[in-house]
Design a protein around this ligand. Structure first.
Ligand code: ASP
Length: 340
């Protein structure tokens, strides 16, 4: 029997066409074999489905993450793997969100897209789609993870980040190596894959959107910090700090964050640096944050931090201690576990 892959089309440049003003807009991708005729010769079966409204991924929302997850959940037993076609702008967020939603995943879910629409001569879409499909079909190796394929690399989804609005290699994964390198053949690195599981799949569907991202910059004012931390119904904050998790040591700043923590707001510290990790004990400028109860996000990407915080706040609506505990665990390989 042939292996089977389901494509879930959400929109993005890969399927876009130019409107009368020359701007790119989402367009239904009806016949995959008409778009990429080479796929007629592949050795697995491909089926497609699409979101009710196909979007530019700048319009992505947690409820659309649930729609994507449900398209996969409904067909989970009927396919060997899944390819999600998605705009590049928020692909790393969706990849991270899906990774948290799918607990005990035993099949590949691979997000991909392109920098140029498939209809354009120099498009990178054809190559990205074909490689993602080959990897999702699992004929050589089964990768039991949510991944992101772009320009010759398969990354762990929750480790990936968009790094270029121009280059074809638009994504990178600074704190974890790529899982597969595509050349003439695929070079798999199975020692880097998450371990397979035989536990039943669980799909979690609650995200709490009441979070904010507070990015540090020299000269940030008490008014800005206060406005963010006093946002109505706020439950969590991703604090994007300098270097290894450092922030101003000025009392007004520390006091404002401490007061927010006393109001039960969970504050998660991630670095603005592309690579490396938060180590709050390393500098005096980080020790103060640690002392008042800020949670260290280690080497989480900002995309994984935002989605993990929304996910855990949704999972534990009344239990901040559980949120803080799980923020410090690696749930789906999103963070390096530090061994003492
Ligand atoms: N704006 C597009 C999107 O994210 C960009 C892309 O797909 O590359 O939907």
């Amino acid at each position: 029997m042939k292996n089977k892959v389901l494509i879930v089309y959400t929109g993005g440049t890969i399927g876009m066409v130019q409107d009368e003003n020359g701007s790119l807009k989402p367009f239904p991708l009806n016949h995959i074999y008409d778009t990429v005729p080479e796929l007629r010769n592949c050795s697995y079966q491909i089926d497609t489905c699409q979101l009710d409204n196909i979007i530019d991924s700048s319009n992505m929302t947690p409820s659309l993450w649930v729609d994507i997850a449900e398209s996969i959940e409904r067909e989970y037993d009927n396919y060997d793997g899944f390819v999600v076609l998605h705009g590049t702008d928020t692909m790393a967020y969706t990849a991270s969100a899906l990774s948290f939603m799918f607990e005990n995943l035993s099949k590949p879910i691979i997000l991909t897209g392109s920098q140029l629409p498939m209809g354009m001569l120099r498009s990178d879409g054809r190559e990205n789609l074909i490689c993602a499909l080959e990897l999702a079909a699992g004929k050589e190796q089964i990768i039991p993870e949510v991944c992101l394929y772009f320009e010759s690399h398969l990354y762990r989804g929750n480790r990936s980040t968009k790094v270029s609005a121009e280059n074809f290699d638009a994504f990178s994964s600074y704190n974890y190596p790529s899982l597969v390198k595509a050349g003439i053949s695929f070079t798999y690195k199975p020692h880097l894959f998450l371990l397979p599981t035989s536990q039943p799949l669980k799909v979690h569907k609650c995200f709490d959107r009441h979070i904010a991202v507070l990015k540090m910059f020299p000269g940030i004012t008490p008014e800005v910090v206060g406005a963010v931390l006093h946002t109505e119904n706020l439950r969590g904050v991703v604090l994007e700090t300098f270097g290894s998790g450092n922030a101003p040591t000025e009392p007004w700043f520390i006091d404002a964050v401490e007061e927010a923590i006393r109001r039960n707001i969970v504050v998660l510290n991630v670095t603005q640096c592309k690579a490396g990790a938060v180590k709050m004990g390393q500098y005096e400028a980080g020790v103060g944050l640690q002392r008042i109860g800020v949670i260290g996000g280690n080497d989480l990407t900002p995309e994984a931090a935002v989605t993990k915080l929304m996910f855990l706040l949704g999972m534990y609506p009344d239990d901040n201690e559980a949120v803080k505990r799980d923020l410090q665990q690696s749930l789906r390989g999103e963070m390096t576990v530090l061994l003492n």
